[in-house]
Design a protein around this ligand. Structure first.
Ligand SMILES: Cc1cc2nc3c(=O)[nH]c(=O)nc-3n(C[C@H](O)[C@H](O)[C@H](O)COP(=O)(O)OP(=O)(O)OC[C@H]3O[C@@H](n4cnc5c(N)ncnc54)[C@H](O)[C@@H]3O)c2cc1C
Length: 377
C-alpha cells in the first residue's frame, strides 16, 4: 500500500482537477484518481461551453462565490496562457414578473452589479438574432460569458502535475475506509493511504459514500447544436450574441450560447429521466431534437439545421444547492458535489475551498449553506 500522500482526490473533473491544482501548488503530496481520463464525455463537464454570470437569479448568496470564481478563472488563464473564458456578456429574458427577471434584478441590486434593463424593442434592436414576444424584457450583464470546460479541466490537471501531483487515470476507486488517523482507498489496481480524502466524483458520489445515504438524483440532460445555413451571418458570434437564459413560459426555460464554430448550442431546462449514471441513455430521440428545433424556430431569426447533440448528467440535491462539507462521522473525508446543473462556473473556487479545508485553513467563502446536515430533517 502506498501511503505517501497528504490528500487523495477521487474524481478529477471540474471540482477535483481544481482541488488537485490548489493542493499541489500548496506543496501537499497529492494523489488524484479518476476512473476515466479527464476531460472526458462520461460525466458532467463536457460539451464545449458553460455559462458564467454574476447576477444569480437562483439566490444572491452565490454572488460573492461566483465573483471569487471568476477571479480564479482569470488568474488561471494568466498563469497558464490558455484560453479558458470568452467574455460574451449574459442576457436573461422573460416577462417582467418572471422568476428569472425578478431573481436577476434582486441579485444585481443586492450587490450593486452593473446591468441594463431592456424592453422588447431594445432586445430586437441590439440582438437581431433573437425573436422575443412583445411582453419579453431582458437584463443584460457585461461581466459574464462562457467557460471552455475541457480546457479548464485540462489546464488545472496539467498545472497540478507540473506542481508535483501524482495523477492516475483509468483507475476506478472501489472503496474508501477511514482508519484512526487517515483514510485507505482501494482501487481497481491498487491500495493507497492518505491523511485526508476529497470525494469529488460527481454523479458517482453517492455510490462511493453509501453510508451517507445522500439525497441526490442523477438526471439525464441533452444539449443540441444548430448550424446556421448562412455562413456569412455574424449575428450569432460571441461578440454579438451573449450567453442567455430565457423563461419563455412561466417555469419553462431554455438557455444557450453563441456560435463558437460548431453552431449555436442550446438546451431546455425540462426535467430529464433520473437513474444510475452507469446506465445513462446516451441516445438522443428525434422527438428531443424536434422540441429544441421548435424553440429555435420560435425564438431565433435563424435558418438552421440540427448538427449534433450530447447527453450529460446533472447531480441534483433536493434544494439545488451544493454540497461542500466534511463527512459527519469521518472528518478526514471531504465531500464536494458542486452540482444541480449550475456548478461548473464555481469549480475554480471550489478547488481552492477544498484545498483550504484539507490544509486546515479557514475557507474564503461561508460554507454553511452547503453543509450536509441541512438534509437531516
Ligand atoms: C448539460 C449540462 C449543462 C450545464 N451547464 C452549466 C452551465 O452553463 N454553467 C455552470 O456553471 N454549470 C453547468 N452545468 C453543471 C456543471 O457542468 C457541473 O456541476 C460540473 O461540471 C460538475 O463537476 P464535478 O466535478 O462535480 O463532476 P465531473 O466533472 O463529472 O467529475 C467527476 C469525476 O469523477 C470521476 N469518478 C467517478 N467515480 C469515480 C470512481 N469510482 N473512481 C475514480 N473516479 C471516479 C469521473 O470519471 C469524473 O471525471 C451543466 C451541466 C450539464 C450536464
Amino acid at each position: 500500500m502506498d501511503t505517501n500522500f497528504d490528500v487523495i482526490i477521487i474524481g478529477l473533473g471540474a471540482a477535483g482537477s481544481a482541488a488537485a491544482y490548489h493542493l499541489a501548488r500548496g506543496n501537499k503530496r497529492v494523489l488524484g484518481i479518476d476512473r476515466f481520463r479527464p476531460p472526458h464525455v462520461f460525466g458532467s463537464s463536457h460539451g464545449e461551453s458553460r455559462i458564467i454570470r454574476q447576477a444569480y437569479f437562483e439566490s444572491p448568496m452565490y454572488v460573492p462565490f461566483v465573483q471569487a470564481a471568476m477571479g480564479a478563472w482569470l488568474e488561471l488563464e494568466q498563469i497558464s496562457g490558455e484560453k479558458l473564458f470568452v467574455k460574451s456578456k449574459s442576457l436573461t429574458l422573460g416577462n417582467a414578473a418572471s422568476t428569472v427577471i425578478q431573481g436577476v434584478l434582486y441579485s444585481a441590486e443586492q450587490y450593486n452589479l452593473k446591468h441594463q434593463y431592456l424592453d422588447c424593442g431594445q432586445i430586437r434592436q441590439i440582438f437581431p438574432a433573437l425573436k422575443p414576444t412583445a411582453d419579453t424584457v431582458a437584463v443584460l450583464e457585461e461581466e459574464a460569458g462562457l467557460l471552455l470546460p475541457e480546457a479548464c479541466i485540462r489546464t488545472h490537471l496539467d498545472l497540478a502535475a507540473r506542481a508535483g501531483a501524482v495523477l492516475h487515470f483509468d483507475e476506478q476507486v472501489m472503496s474508501i475506509k477511514a482508519n484512526g488517523s487517515g483514510v485507505d482507498v482501494t482501487t481497481s489496481t491498487g491500495r493507497y493511504g492518505a491523511g485526508q480524502v476529497i470525494v469529488s466524483a460527481g454523479a458517482w458520489v453517492s455510490e462511493l459514500l453509501p453510508d451517507l445515504k445522500l439525497p441526490l438524483s442523477v438526471e439525464r440532460r441533452v444539449v443540441h447544436w444548430f448550424k446556421n445555413t448562412k455562413a456569412d451571418d455574424l449575428r450569432f458570434l460571441p461578440d454579438k450574441l451573449p450567453v442567455y437564459i430565457w423563461e419563455y413560459k412561466p417555469g419553462q426555460m431554455f438557455y444557450g450560447f453563441p456560435d463558437l464554430g460548431n453552431g449555436i448550442k442550446i438546451a431546455s431546462t425540462k426535467k430529464g429521466a433520473t437513474g444510475n449514471p452507469d446506465q445513462l441513455n446516451r441516445k438522443v430521440d428525434p422527438a428531443e431534437v424536434e422540441a429544441l428545433a421548435e424553440i429555435v424556430r420560435n425564438y431565433f431569426n435563424l435558418d438552421a439545421i440540427h448538427a449534433q447533440a450530447s447527453v450529460c448528467m446533472y447531480t441534483n440535491t433536493p434544494d439545488e444547492h451544493f454540497i461542500i462539507d466534511r463527512h459527519p462521522f469521518h472528518e478526514n473525508i471531504i465531500v464536494a458535489s458542486p452540482c444541480s446543473g449550475h456548478g461548473f462556473k464555481f469549480s475554480s473556487m471550489v478547488g481552492q475551498l477544498l484545498s483550504q479545508m484539507a490544509s486546515g485553513v479557514d475557507p474564503d467563502i461561508d460554507l454553511q449553506p452547503f453543509r450536509l446536515d441541512r438534509f437531516n430533517s
